[in-house]
Ligand binder design. Structure first.
Ligand SMILES: [Zn+2]
Ligand SMILES: [Zn+2]
Length: 322
């Protein structure tokens, strides 16, 4: 027996109290293709206003560095190993003293050890040379494909570019680790192929370079997860879904995948509301997903979500990975 197919619209009919929480979202559904410059796309050809410089990242990048241990560090590490072996007896679970554990973590300094070369391997932020590194186009969305978004007057094109490197808590993004994102609303008539091609980002991380895809946008109703609904209402929602043999989360609400608008899922961390510096509760603008045809991998195969201020799209965005 196959599970009955139910929709968010049927759920709203059954529970009208949910209506104020319903948002129109657009599932973007990227699929491998060579998208032309004038269509919505993931990883499409570069377009930018001719009179504006191509965006660049000037934030420090995280790079792996290998550092030779000092003789003293190496001796301390080896002596801990010898002591452990001497102490090790069946039934003796305690393999490291607190002092030894402290010494090891000081030697590793947040990284790991290569015991063949006796090097410490760490990710450290490194300043970007000169004028910064060019960003790469990730998502291009025309207003005709996501009319429910709040388009600033005079714009019909939303571009998301990012720096295909890891950054630890870049400017304005506390508790975020990943590519630095640039978001721009533009007029599509002004966006043209850069003369001579866009600058090349040498040394990009492959997992942050999307394979070219066209989009097949579908408008849907999206609903929030448990923590963003009143408790009693959520209980009714869950019961309604269970009686129809389906789940609410990720099936009827917090829809997964590449998405414009809608509601975010908080499946890895607890619900973490993001507030703009103006005090407004921020809203989900875009969700970029790992895997599938674009072939990205953000935050251990997760979703990168871009939140914006509902009062003014010009206020700084916030990034979050789940
Ligand atoms: Zn960068
Ligand atoms: Zn704001």
């Amino acid at each position: 027996m196959t599970a009955p197919t139910v929709t968010a619209a049927e759920l709203l009919d059954a529970l009208p109290a949910l209506a104020p929480y319903a948002r129109t979202a657009t599932l973007l559904k990227p699929s491998a293709d060579s998208p032309g410059p004038h269509r919505s796309s993931v990883g499409g050809p570069p377009l930018w206003p001719a009179d504006e410089p191509w965006p660049r990242c000037r934030q420090p990048h995280l790079v792996y560095v290998r550092e030779k241990l000092t003789d003293a560090e190496r001796e301390a590490w080896q002596s801990i190993g010898r002591n452990r072996r001497e102490r090790h007896r069946p039934g003796n679970a305690r393999v490291l003293t607190a002092e030894e554990a402290e010494t090891q973590s000081r030697i590793m300094d947040g990284g790991s050890l290569d015991l063949v070369t006796w090097e410490r391997v760490r990710l450290v932020p490194r300043p970007v040379p000169g004028d910064g590194l060019p960003m790469v186009p990730v998502l291009r969305l025309h207003s005709r494909d996501a009319p429910a978004l709040d388009w600033p007057p005079g714009t019909d094109l939303l571009q998301l570019l990012w720096c295909p490197q890891d950054h630890a808590e870049p400017e304005g993004q506390p508790r975020y680790w990943g590519p630095v994102v640039q978001l721009r609303y533009q007029a599509s008539v002004e966006a043209v192929r850069p003369a001579g091609g866009p600058p090349v980002h040498y040394g990009a991380k492959g997992v942050y370079l999307p394979a070219p895809c066209r989009l097949e946008p579908v408008e849907v109703l999206d609903l929030p997860e448990q923590d963003e609904l009143p408790e009693e209402l959520y209980e009714s929602v869950e019961q309604w879904a269970a009686e129809r043999g389906t789940d609410y989360n990720r099936v009827l609400g917090c829809l997964p995948g590449w998405k414009a608008g809608g509601w975010p899922s908080w499946h890895l961390t607890d619900f973490t509301p993001l507030d703009c510096r103006c005090g407004a509760r921020m809203r989900l603008l875009l969700t970029l997903d790992s895997g599938g045809d674009p072939g990205l991998n953000v935050g251990r195969y997760g979703e990168l979500r871009v939140f914006c201020c509902p009062e003014d799209p010009g206020h700084p965005m916030r990034l979050n990975v789940q």
